[in-house]
Design a protein around this ligand. Structure first.
Ligand SMILES: Nc1ncnc2c1ncn2[C@@H]1O[C@H](COP(=O)(O)OP(=O)(O)O)[C@@H](O)[C@H]1O
Ligand SMILES: O=P(O)(O)OC[C@H](O)CO
Length: 497
């Protein structure tokens, strides 16, 4: 019998990936391609949704070719995606009516202010688990309907559809046959009631968004539909899993039990804790969200979202030109014994958890005549560790837990300096797994479970460690450094008018 594989599609903020996993959950082949970032104004970030679909379908074909695997050997396809990023398209032509507005984009800050003035903060927290912020899809949909000529009328007539990237890809892979999302993605729209498990009519009305635009919400491990013949070499492959990338990483890390925590260091950094069948209400600025839904069982998570993590290293590379490649940051950071009192606060798109300040902007503090490039590079890497500590401190208080180990993954987790600093500044052991493609692995698991390619018992046994980082910093040094960070953050807050 021919060997079978699961194909995971990881539609991230900066690139599209297609990864083939075998029965043991091992990576067989990867194809990856970056796509363009559009910055129409300071603080705005957009993507061309057609380019994303083109890039994603390209890497799907490429990964099969590279691996020499026939499409019929693909047991199922799982999707994981940058969350919140919003596309609105015409259901007759299949063409987006505006660029996709990216999760990082701040262009809807004004709409958020109006929601706050209307006193919706508590309602939104209780029903959606979220805070009012330009981060989530709801205000982005409203912005598109308000700024594209004729969009409101079309939406009222039922001609427009909304989707996050999972929905957009499934729609395109099925050639417009299926308009669907999963619980974990729906939970990031600010329009979904995470307790009643339905679109929230009160919020849809408050934002003037017709229900007809919204996709059906299904479990995260589920056969949503089959690829159209023209999508992938004439085959009809089941599309059998979907989850937001951070929830997929929690699943891929094997955080199946309440209290287990992971941190994914990608463009941003996202710390999630499995809270089981209870959505914990945060008092410390964290989000309550759906981790996944399997069958009729919903698992919740507590999340701290940090907007800029690895992206600050790209900024050192592309804008500041202090390094040629992201991995060089480790070499330069190690050339100095500390950051020389320098703090970089990378609040380029405001600050997420636990601060939620849309008006914070980036800052470099503590410069002296002796500051050199190595200090700035080191301080930028350290800022990723400090921001994660902000979130984990909040999580420990909210959930009344003691964290002993932190599981990490994502592109920037390849940086051992960062992980050692993370262990030091938290005073907690940091575990890096062998497969750091845990986001894609999570999507593969979900898609494999739905077609019987994997079983849950097997998944609970999986997961191998590559390296553990033990805390080595003295407690007094740790607290002194962290105090400095908190002072630096206070200076960067509430900057933009
Ligand atoms: N060795 C490294 N040190 C620090 N940052 C890194 C390193 N390698 C990659 N990165 C950062 O990780 C990010 C890419 O990680 P990835 O998980 O692919 O992100 P995403 O899914 O958000 O596109 C980039 O922002 C990059 O700058
Ligand atoms: O594309 P990533 O990995 O940076 O993830 C983005 C998040 O899903 C945004 O909420």
């Amino acid at each position: 019998m021919e060997k079978k594989y699961v194909m995971a599609l990881d539609q991230g903020t900066t690139s599209c990936r297609a990864i083939l996993f075998d029965k043991k959950g091992e990576v067989v082949e990867v194809a990856q391609k970056e796509f363009g970032q559009i910055y129409p104004k300071p603080g705005w970030v957009e993507h061309d949704a057609m380019e994303i679909w083109g890039t994603q379908s390209g890497v799907m074909r490429e990964v099969l070719e590279k691996a020499g695997i026939h499409v019929n050997q693909v047991a199922s396809i799982g999707i994981t995606n940058q969350r919140e990023t919003t596309v609105v398209w015409d259901k007759h032509t299949g063409k987006p009516i505006y660029n996709a507005i990216v999760w990082q984009s701040r262009q809807t800050a004004d709409i958020c202010e109006v929601l706050k003035e209307k006193g919706l903060e508590n309602y939104i927290r209780e029903h959606t688990g979220l805070v009012i912020d330009a981060y989530f899809s709801g205000t982005k949909i409203k912005w598109i309907l308000e700024h594209v000529e004729g969009a409101r009328e079309k939406a009222a007539q039922g001609d427009l559809l909304f989707g996050t990237m999972d929905t957009w890809l499934i729609w395109n892979m099925t050639r417009g046959a299926v308009h669907v999302t999963d619980y974990s993605n729906a939970a990031r729209t600010m329009l979904y009631d995470i307790h009643q498990l339905e679109w929230d009519n009160y919020l849809l009305e408050a934002l003037d968004i017709p229900l007809s635009m919204m996709p059906q919400v299904k479990p995260s491990s589920y056969i949503y539909g089959y690829t159209h013949e023209k999508t992938l070499g004439g085959a009809n492959i089941p599309i059998a899993g979907a989850a937001g990338d951070q929830q997929a990483a929690l699943f891929g890390q094997g955080c199946f039990e309440p209290g287990m925590v992971k941190n994914t260091y990608g463009t941003g950094s996202f710390i999630l804790m499995n809270t089981g069948d209870q959505g914990i209400f945060s008092k410390k600025g964290l989000l309550t969200t759906i981790a996944w839904g399997i069958g009729d069982k919903i698992t919740y998570a507590l999340e701290g979202s940090i907007f800029i993590a690895g992206a600050s290293i790209q900024w050192l590379r592309d804008e500041m030109r202090l390094i040629f490649s992201s991995d060089e940051s480790e070499y330069f950071a190690n050339k100095v014994t500390d950051s020389g009192g320098v703090y970089v606060v990378p609040a380029f798109s405001g600050l997420g958890a636990p601060y939620w300040d849309m008006y914070a902007r980036g800052a470099i503090l503590g410069l002296t005549r002796g500051t050199n490039r190595n200090h700035i590079i080191r301080a930028t890497l350290e800022s990723i560790g400090y921001q994660s500590r902000d979130v984990i401190d909040a999580m420990v208080e909210d959930a009344h837990i003691q964290l002993n180990r932190l599981r990490v993954d994502g592109g920037a987790s390849a940086n051992s300096f960062l992980l050692q600093f993370q262990a030091d500044i938290l005073g907690v052991t940091v575990d890096r797994p062998k497969v750091i493609e845990t986001t894609a692995l999570g999507a593969a698991y979900l898609a494999g479970l739905a077609v019987g390619f994997y079983d849950m018992h097997e998944l609970k046994q999986s997961g191998q460690l590559e390296q553990s980082f033990e805390p080595m910093m003295e407690a007094s040094v740790r607290e002194k450094k962290y105090k400095g960070w908190q002072k630096a953050v206070s200076r960067a807050m509430d900057w933009e008018e």
